[in-house]
Ligand binder design. Structure first.
Ligand SMILES: Cc1cc2nc3c(=O)[nH]c(=O)nc-3n(C[C@H](O)[C@H](O)[C@H](O)COP(=O)(O)OP(=O)(O)OC[C@H]3O[C@@H](n4cnc5c(N)ncnc54)[C@H](O)[C@@H]3O)c2cc1C
Length: 502
């Protein structure tokens, strides 16, 4: 069995093949699906689909058509995954946008998170621990960099558990009826810490080698034991990964014409830490409560940039479905159909524009020299995606018509008794077979039915809820030049100078 040392010793040095990645998941990790313990994730009838999707990133780094994008030749490490390249300027961020966008397109419009979210977290950790060390005299940055070295050299797959279960949302961690409703330190000794609690919605923890844990919110001094960041291997004793039901895969197993459900899915878990031991070398914050807030918001800047990048690619799929159905149904160019399709184009192009603009207007962190995507533009893009996804789907459904829900299965085309009726009655515009037309309806049905709940909820909440972006925008926006303009226009100020804030 191919394993890697969890004590941050280096094992592989170099890019892993899909087979090496797959083998690394057979490590005794504790996963539950629909109440049953999963003995081997890589062969599980349902969950293995999420692993297969993650494997694509390992496959593509050896594919001549994708290698240039997925592999970075680092002067220090040699060939590494481009996801782990630390961005130093707007051009590096643009490469990252392209990487996330193109790998999502390769995944039929499904984001592939397994290296993106972990690198977002590592960049956030580098920036915040450097500042923390400077102000508090701690030495966390060095630990983060040692851990980063371990991840890069072993080409590991990562999940990030930030969102706590949170109990009563109106209460702070220390005020909850049960102290474990936010993940906390229950014991500290010379070897490390013991943590208890649960995180929720952890994407692809089941398919990750390592799980990085971050605080979900700002903390007060009374929440000190909750100001916590660390990383552990996915097979750590006491870590329990309780999977959500994967409707998209279960449906696709029944109906092979649902391709996405078999090939391109991600999984979320309730991630329970039942008195889990974390050695000090893997602890990046333990009680430094004034820095929980900065870490809780620095990781999401990178992660929301990732969000607008993958959501732009997801929107490509919706444009394609809407335009093909408009053509197949013979309504292409009808005025309201045009407006429907243009609504989806608008959504995609606004996401693409905010992604590119947030690279162009990035800021360089003074201490680490890491390029941070523009916080305002990133959050505007993210908010736009949160608020408009369901509306965009409404426009695609308007173009499609009722067959988006009621079309027969593609399997019916294989039946000698009924295929003739389908071929005769389900045609649209001349030149397109009924089967071709129904294949696109079938895809739309998969997106809005077996993936429907996930996409609807994810597009509103994943990478932070609507309110999280509203708060960030309201707080971070620099109002000086706006107020100055209002004062000038009202006559309260006599002169206006160039704002220099474009
Ligand atoms: C598909 C998916 C994948 C995800 N992947 C990950 C992941 O990989 N890692 C991870 O850490 N997280 C992940 N998340 C979590 C995501 O970031 C959260 O869903 C999001 O932050 C909202 O948190 P919540 O789900 O607990 O909802 P809540 O916080 O309960 O929000 C529900 C509503 O209550 C409001 N609310 C909550 N608290 C307050 C308050 N104190 N005052 C006023 N209003 C409040 C919110 O604004 C929102 O409107 C994922 C989520 C989804 C849906």
């Amino acid at each position: 069995m191919l394993v890697y040392p969890s004590n941050l010793g280096v094992f592989k040095v170099g890019l892993r093949t899909p087979e090496e990645y797959l083998e690394s998941l057979k490590d005794g990790r504790e996963i539950y699906y629909r109440g049953k313990k999963v003995s081997d994730i890589t062969t599980h009838e349902v969950l293995s689909a999420a692993v297969k999707h993650a494997m694509d990133l390992f496959k593509l780094q050896f594919d001549p058509k994708y290698k240039k994008m997925l592999v970075y030749n680092d002067p220090e490490y040699g060939e590494i995954s481009s996801f782990y390249k630390i961005p130093r300027n707007s051009s590096d961020l643009k490469d990252r946008f392209k990487l996330i966008y193109e790998t999502t397109r390769y995944g039929r419009g499904m984001f592939n998170i397994i290296k993106a979210i972990g690198s977002d977290a590592l960049f956030g950790l580098m920036i915040v621990t450097k500042k923390m060390d400077k102000e508090l005299g701690t030495s966390y940055y060095e630990r983060v960099m040692k851990y980063y070295n371990y991840i890069v050299k072993n080409d590991l797959a990562l999940a990030v558990a930030q969102t706590d279960v949170k109990g009563d949302r109106s209460l702070r961690p220390h005020q909850q009826s049960d102290p474990d409703l936010y993940l906390r330190i229950v014991k500290t000794n010379e070897k490390g810490i013991i943590v208890r609690g649960a995180k929720v919605h952890t994407t692809q923890a089941i398919a990750a080698n390592e799980i990085i844990v971050l605080p979900t919110r700002a903390m007060t001094e009374k929440d000190k034991e909750y100001a916590l960041a660390f990383a552990i291997p996915a097979n750590t004793k006491g870590l329990k990964l309780i999977s959500r039901p994967m409707k998209a895969v279960e449906e696709a197993i029944k109906d092979p014409s649902f391709i996405m459900g078999r090939m391109n899915v991600e999984n979320e878990t309730l991630t329970v830490f039942d008195d889990v031991f974390v050695p000090w070398e893997r602890v990046f914050m333990a009680g430094e409560w004034p820095f929980a807030g900065p870490l809780a918001i620095t990781f999401p800047i990178f992660h929301r940039f990732t969000a607008i990048s993958y959501r732009a690619a997801m929107a490509d799929l919706l444009i394609g479905v809407a335009k093909l159905l408009a053509e197949f149904n013979g309504v292409d160019n009808k005025s309201h159909i045009r407006r429907d399709v243009v609504e989806v184009i608008k959504y995609k192009e606004l996401l693409r524009s905010t992604a590119i603009a947030s690279c162009d207007l990035c800021i360089i962190d003074k201490l680490t020299k890491i390029a941070i995507p523009n916080i305002i533009i990133t959050n505007v893009g993210k908010l736009l995606a949160n608020e408009n996804y369901l509306n965009v789907v409404k426009h695609v459904i308007d173009v499609a018509g009722g067959l988006a829900a009621t079309a027969p299965s593609l399997k019916d085309f294989e039946s000698p008794e009924i295929s003739q009726y389908l071929e005769k009655y389900l045609v649209g515009k001349k030149g397109i077979t009924a089967k071709e037309r129904i294949a696109i309806f079938n895809l739309l049905r998969e997106l809005i039915s077996s993936f429907g709940a996930l996409f609807g909820v994810a597009m509103m909440h994943a990478e932070g809820s609507i309110e999280a972006s509203v708060i960030e925008l309201y707080r971070s926006y620099n109002y000086d030049s706006n107020k100055e303009l209002a004062l000038y226009a009202s006559g309260l100020k006599k002169e206006i100078l160039p704002s220099n804030n474009l």
